[in-house]
Design a protein around this ligand. Structure first.
Ligand code: ADP
Length: 279
């Protein structure tokens, strides 16, 4: 839209100010404010029903807030700006069923690219399919895939487009631990190599451990916010919300108890690296 001026030099990709959302009488977000710096990797965690998905839907303009303000790329999200702003955001939902349009996996990945007018499609399609482990399924019918495979294809579609912001809404929930780990590595790569702003709603604490900022939602309010270590230090508070700490940190804490580590680390690869450096 011509009348929407985007401020690409801004510091924050997403700014949420005093946001409220209700479904009928049920208040699901209460006075939520946070900012997502450009190029950062933020995870949102919280018990089921804490308001995480509602937050994602508000950010892409699928839902309207009751009160408060959302700014994306420095521009206020409203009826006029929503379509332009949405073209800068890629979202992968938990259940990708209704995200499929093409008759084959390759068509489906191509659809997003065509929309953006991106050339050299075949190369890009093969590259992103390989990155999510779906090379052998390019001619398959998307509807016949398993839940986890559908999630991989949906992620491939977003990887192909490389929007300014990617929102993952429990997009690896149907994958086994190995599948989660390989997609997490792709997300990390997007963040580190492409400087894409990532906002990921997740239950996977291994993914949280690799992010930079963590927002903990509880009953529609921000209960905690900080680095993964800031959050995981408060293990008792997390346990009350039925949230666990990552496996890497559990091992690290054991090693610290035994005097092998002086400082804790959150990620398993950091634990391995630290162990390898020990004399
Ligand atoms: P989360 O993603 O953290 O599980 P949601 O944002 O999906 O939380 O839901 C927050 C609350 O709002 C829950 O109590 C849920 O039952 C309720 N809710 C979500 N969507 C709707 C809807 N379309 N209509 C009514 N209630 C809803």
């Amino acid at each position: 839209m011509d009348n929407v001026s985007l401020d690409k030099g801004m510091r924050f990709m997403i700014e949420i100010q005093n946001l409220y959302k209700s479904y009928g009488n049920l208040e699901v977000l209460k006075d939520v404010s946070f900012s997502i710096p450009k190029g950062s990797y933020t995870t949102i965690i919280g018990h089921n029903g804490s308001g995480k998905s509602t937050m994602a839907k508000l950010i892409i303009g699928l839902l309207e807030a009751k009160k408060g303000k959302i700014q994306i790329l420095g521009q206020e999200l409203n009826e006029e700006s929503v379509y332009e702003l949405r073209s800068h955001i890629g979202i992968v939902f938990q259940n990708p069923d209704n995200q499929f349009i093409g008759s084959t996996v390759a068509d489906d990945i191509a659809f997003g690219l065509e929309n953006q007018g991106i050339p050299k499609m075949q190369g890009i399609i093969e590259d992103v399919a390989g990155r999510v482990g779906m090379t052998d399924f390019l001619s398959a019918e998307p509807t016949k895939l398993s839940g986890g495979q559908k999630q991989r294809v949906a992620i491939a579609g977003i990887l192909a487009i490389e929007p300014d912001i990617i929102i993952f809404d429990e997009s690896t929930s149907m994958l086994d631990p190995q599948g989660k780990a390989s997609i997490n590595a792709q997300i990390r790569k997007l963040h580190e190599e492409k400087n894409i702003t990532i906002l990921s709603i997740t239950h996977d604490m291994e993914e949280v451990a690799q992010s930079e900022n963590v927002i903990v939602l509880e009953n529609g309010e921000i209960a905690m916010q900080g680095t993964p270590m800031d959050i995981f230090k408060q293990e008792d508070k997390l346990a009350k919300m039925q949230l666990d700490i990552p496996f890497g940190l559990k091992i690290s804490k054991e090693l610290k108890k035994r005097g092998i580590f002086k400082e804790n680390v959150c990620r398993l690869d950091e634990v391995v690296e630290k162990l390898c450096r020990l004399k």
